[in-house]
Design a protein around this ligand. Structure first.
Ligand SMILES: NC(=O)c1ccc[n+]([C@@H]2O[C@H](COP(=O)([O-])OP(=O)(O)OC[C@H]3O[C@@H](n4cnc5c(N)ncnc54)[C@H](OP(=O)(O)O)[C@@H]3O)[C@@H](O)[C@H]2O)c1
Length: 278
């Protein structure tokens, strides 16, 4: 049987956890296949993508800095990718054309539902901090699932206003300086900024304003326990870290390339954490 091939295209790509993640699933399911890191410089991206069918690849993941360029190069896109203008997963169709998808929003939501089973999207307003690519994916997933009000606060207020204009109701731009007050009545707050990440200052947010059954989700996963999450846990709030989003967003690609629906569980989390660079 011909081995199935996939990989992750990025530049640089050595830091990516995806080979460990997919490698764990390949081994667990005994699949004759491989998932490799593919360092590709921006000026070679088109050549690399067009080579996928020729080389027998079933598809690939796309990471920084190629997500937007890949969106422009693929032949077909799904609704999530079209709305975000960015692709993180590519499938080679039987006719050799390339289909681009974006699974970040779906990964975010699946992990939230698994980690906070009591939370339902249509329940109460949500505060989203940040207005970059990840915020757009998350706002889209929340809006599609019936969130009644999504308050978006971003350091550069104009970027939050653009995002709110692009999506329309139920998305509102909220002033960054007033983010503490934006927690009032919310069932969920999500940090999608780089604040709290290794090398960045912590996110300053006074969680007193969040209802006591509110959920705090930080999509940063390096470190796994940000100051925001530690503060949430001290207050008895449900705290959700960013690693699960990364794991869940990978499922759709693996299923399409290798034909098996993989599970996100503790063994996968441990394998991916063990692969982390020192
Ligand atoms: N868990 C996962 O699976 C997953 C997936 C995707 C991304 N992420 C993480 O999410 C974060 C954002 O990714 P992205 O792709 O959305 O990046 P991006 O498009 O570059 O957006 C970065 C966001 O962070 C804000 N920001 C950066 N530095 C800031 C500071 N000093 N103070 C306040 N805000 C600041 C930016 O605000 P301005 O607009 O004002 O610059 C912007 O809203 C990264 O930490 C990334 O690792 C996690």
């Amino acid at each position: 049987m011909t081995p199935r091939l996939s990989g992750v295209i990025g530049w640089p790509v050595g830091h990516s956890r995806s080979p460990a993640l997919h490698g764990h699933w390949l081994a667990r399911h005994g699949i004759a296949g491989a998932y490799v890191a593919l360092p590709v410089q921006p000026h070679h991206l088109e050549q690399a993508l067009r080579a996928l069918p020729v080389l027998g690849f079933a598809g690939c993941n796309v990471t920084v800095p190629h997500k937007e360029a890949a969106f422009r190069l693929v032949d077909h896109v799904d609704r999530a990718a079209a709305r975000l203008g960015a692709v993180n997963t590519i499938l080679v169709r039987p006719d050799g054309t390339l289909e681009g998808r974006n699974t970040d929003g779906e990964g975010f939501l699946k992990h939230l539902q698994a980690s906070a089973p009591g939370w339902t999207p249509a329940d109460r307003p949500v505060l989203v901090l940040g207005a970059g690519g990840a915020a757009r994916a998350i706002v889209g997933a929340l809006a599609d699932n019936g969130a009644p009000e999504i308050r978006v606060a971003n350091r550069t207020d104009a970027r939050a206003e653009n995002l709110a204009r692009d999506f329309g109701a139920p998305v509102l731009a909220w002033p960054w300086a007033g983010r503490d007050a934006g927690l009032a009545g919310c069932g969920l707050v999500v940090n999608t900024t780089q604040l709290g990440m290794d090398g960045y200052p912590p996110l300053e947010l006074a969680l007193d304003g969040l209802p006591s059954d509110g959920v705090v989700y930080d999509i940063v996963y390096a470190p796994l326990e940000t100051e925001l999450l530690a503060d949430a846990r001290r207050r008895g709030l449900v705290a959700v870290d960013g690693l699960g989003m990364l794991l869940h967003q990978a499922r759709a690609g693996f299923a399409a390339w290798f034909g098996v629906e993989p599970a996100v569980d503790d063994a996968l989390r441990c394998a991916v954490l063990a692969s982390a660079p020192p």
